[in-house]
Design a binder for this molecule. Structure first.
Ligand SMILES: Nc1nc2c(ncn2[C@@H]2O[C@H](COP(=O)(O)OP(=O)(O)O)[C@@H](O)[C@H]2O)c(=O)[nH]1
Ligand SMILES: C=C(OP(=O)(O)O)C(=O)O
Ligand SMILES: [Mn+2]
Length: 645
């Protein structure tokens, strides 16, 4: 039972056109008449019948249409203009500053296998919930219908998707973050035989309605429903809602041939101007944007869809075309290229949940600029020293404050982002907020070990999820977006990276990265990090040299570690920074008991899941055994030099 159709009852293109004739003016009717695919017309018409908007706007992606949407966002009060031309501020309710994981559900039939890490709701219950909340929800509002491609037009893994929303902020964001494909949409849908549908309304946008807010994903009908919320992670379901559909497709339809990952895509220039492409996973708020921006050639900062091309190489495309990035700690020191877009004129930026001062200038925590004493932020009036109900100081900006901007505005933007053949990707990284265990970089000896690195990411919670806390497992940094069983997803990883179609010269180099190791965990007394943001460039450069067999390594039970004599010159040349040997020793010593505890944590957790490939347990057992043997001879803390052969 398709909920959209069940509630809207529009079963044919003819009925859909009758709805449009009744509800649209001639200009909009003219626009929709260029769409002929009956399924597209039906889904839009059903959404119209259910939500009952006062007006409908078909967004063709023209400059005039973009301007209409920008103006609408100001008119509805969802956005407000700032001092810098083309900059606006949007605030989400204080209680909805991140993804509302507890109110996010997969719509499932009893027989459907849904990830043990996700919420499910049966179809009948979801139907009633959507009926109760979305009927007439757009009364008095303008519904904007947008037609997008998630990925370059013509790319093998790109997916067409509709974004239907009463929020001008959401459609404004969609137009910055995705490729408007109104002109190609009909053709692309016909060629691919599918498209995704997203229906959203913020409703009355009141705190008291937040308990009723929902994010639903219907895998069977590739449709999302979102209501009574505004945060883009909950509402712009072209992003994580449709990412879940793409993951499902990669795992269940094209297993071993395709993957859909929570990864940045960036290129590093190595010696003689060669370009080596990276894709890397990190949980939300753990460094994807930062790493993508550290690259010389930017393609994406959050999502990657990949496939094995006919030449036996792995190709990646970004389903998105912009950044919805965290601004906390973004500053001139660590992020000069992002700062240019944020602080210099000439770019379009939607800010969210930062502090706006009396001169209409945005400010945020960690910008290393002088801070105002007062202003307006995510919780209303703010002044320095203001505390919440519990007496805790309220920060100037919410830790999940964001900026929304187009990739083409970035100085390191690479036009290959639009290449339907993707970028030939050699290096895959996995990272999390790991304060005390893993070194800054280590490389798997083969693809199976690489898959295990991804499976074993552990990370501290961030402000990107409402109510999250503690240190948790974060498999592939993609777990929140894996609809089905983890065992199937893992099997897809082994089959993809181990696919015999991948040619020898294109074999993936798979590595762990950790930017968050602390001084305290390595014998110091402070919680300061043992590195800084700009070091990211060095870790990437070292991996680049390693992939081209121009850097040596130390073999260890967890994988290969860099040599001091390769790193020190890279620190000097790339970021002009001394790299003392004792810092290297602290960063790359193996704290064996910590690592073994991590392995045991993974073994215990995966033992509880069904159908986990045995390969994972073999590799973990082997690592544990080798670590125990090493501990016998070298002790519990092993200097990298003590493992050199
Ligand atoms: N100190 C430090 N902070 C980092 C580093 N990488 C990311 N961050 C901070 O961690 C937060 C999240 O990073 P971001 O790259 O936006 O994460 P994403 O959500 O995965 O894209 C931001 O506040 C960054 O400034 C790093 O290498 N060092
Ligand atoms: C908005 C998101 O992206 P990011 O990984 O940048 O936090 C998210 O995953 O919720
Ligand atoms: Mn990000």
């Amino acid at each position: 039972m398709d909920i959209l159709n069940e509630l809207g009852k529009i079963g044919s293109a003819k009925q859909a056109l009758a709805v449009f004739e009744k509800q649209m003016d001639t200009a909009q009717l003219g626009r929709i008449s260029s769409i002929s695919h009956p399924e597209i017309l039906k889904r839009i018409a059903n959404a119209v019948v259910i939500c009952n908007p006062e007006k409908i706007f078909i967004n063709t992606g023209s400059e005039a249409d973009r301007q209409f949407i920008r103006d609408l966002a100001l008119e509805t009060g969802e956005e407000r203009s700032l001092a810098m031309e083309n900059h606006t501020i949007h605030f989400d309710l204080p209680g909805e500053q991140g993804r509302i994981v507890d109110r996010t559900f997969y719509i499932a039939n009893p027989e459907d296998l849904i990830s043990s890490l996700a919420n499910r709701m049966n179809r009948e219950t979801a139907l009633e919930d959507i009926r109760a909340n979305m009927t007439d929800i757009m009364k008095g509002k303008t519904m904007v219908v947008g037609f997008y491609m998630r990925g370059p037009v013509g790319a093998r893994v790109s997916n067409p998707a509709l974004e239907i929303t009463s929020s001008a902020y959401v459609s404004h964001s969609a137009d910055i973050l995705y490729r408007n494909a109104f002109a190609d949409f009909d053709k692309e849908v016909a060629a691919r035989g599918h498209f995704f549908t997203n229906v959203h309304s913020e409703g009355l946008n009141r705190t008291k309605d937040l308990p009723d807010a929902r994010v639903f994903m219907d895998l069977q009908y590739q449709t999302t429903y979102s209501f009574k919320c505004t945060y883009a992670g909950n509402t712009l379901l072209l992003k994580k809602g449709n990412h879940r559909f793409a993951v499902d497709k990669a795992v269940h339809k094209n297993r071993g041939e395709e993957l859909s990952e929570h990864m940045f895509i960036t290129g590093i220039r190595g010696p003689e101007n060669r370009v080596t492409w990276f894709a890397g996973a990190a949980p939300s708020g753990c460094g994807k944007t930062t790493t993508a921006m550290a690259g010389d050639l930017f393609v994406g900062d959050d999502l990657a869809q990949m496939w094995i091309a006919d030449d036996g190489s792995i190709r990646c495309v970004n389903p998105e075309a912009g950044i919805f990035g965290i601004v906390e700690d973004v500053n001139q020191e660590g992020d000069p290229l992002l700062m240019k877009v944020l602080r210099q004129p000439g770019y379009e930026v939607i800010w969210s949940n930062v502090l706006i001062d009396e001169n209409n200038i945005p400010h945020w925590v960690g910008n290393l600029e002088p801070s105002p004493e007062k202003g307006i932020n995510f919780q209303g009036e703010w002044h320095f020293g203001k505390t919440d109900d519990t007496g805790k100081p309220i920060p100037m900006s919410h830790p999940n404050s964001r900026c929304t901007l187009r990739s083409t505005n970035l100085e390191n933007y690479c036009p290959d982002a639009e290449n339907p053949d993707g970028v030939l990707t050699r290096i895959f990284t996995y990272s999390g907020r790991d304060a005390d265990t893993m070194p800054p970089v280590w490389v798997a000896r083969d693809s199976d070990q690489g898959v295990v690195i991804g499976a074993c990411i552990v990370s501290a919670a961030t402000a990107t999820e409402v109510g999250a806390s503690g240190v948790k497992r974060a498999p592939w940094a993609n777990a929140p977006f894996i609809p089905g069983a983890l065992g199937d997803y893992m099997d897809a990883q082994f089959r993809f990276f181990g696919n015999t179609k991948i040619q020898e010269q294109f074999q993936p180099v798979m590595a762990g990265l950790n930017y968050f190791l602390t001084d305290k965990a390595r014998g110091g007394s402070t919680s300061k990090l043992l590195g800084e943001k700009k070091d990211v460039k060095v870790w990437l450069a070292w991996l680049e040299r390693y992939a081209h067999k121009e850097a040596g390594h130390i073999q260890t039970p967890i994988g290969n570690l860099p040599l001091y004599r390769d790193l020190a010159p890279l620190f000097d040349k790339i970021i002009d920074k001394p790299y003392p040997k004792d810092l290297y020793d602290r960063q790359f010593s193996l704290y064996v008991d910590h690592i073994i505890a991590r392995i045991e944590l993974q073994e215990a957790a995966y033992a509880k899941e069904k159908n986990i490939p045995g390969r994972l347990f073999e590799i973990l057992a082997h690592q544990k055994e080798a670590l125990q043997a090493l501990k016998q001879t070298k002790g519990p803390v092993i200097l990298p030099g003590d493992m050199e052969s």
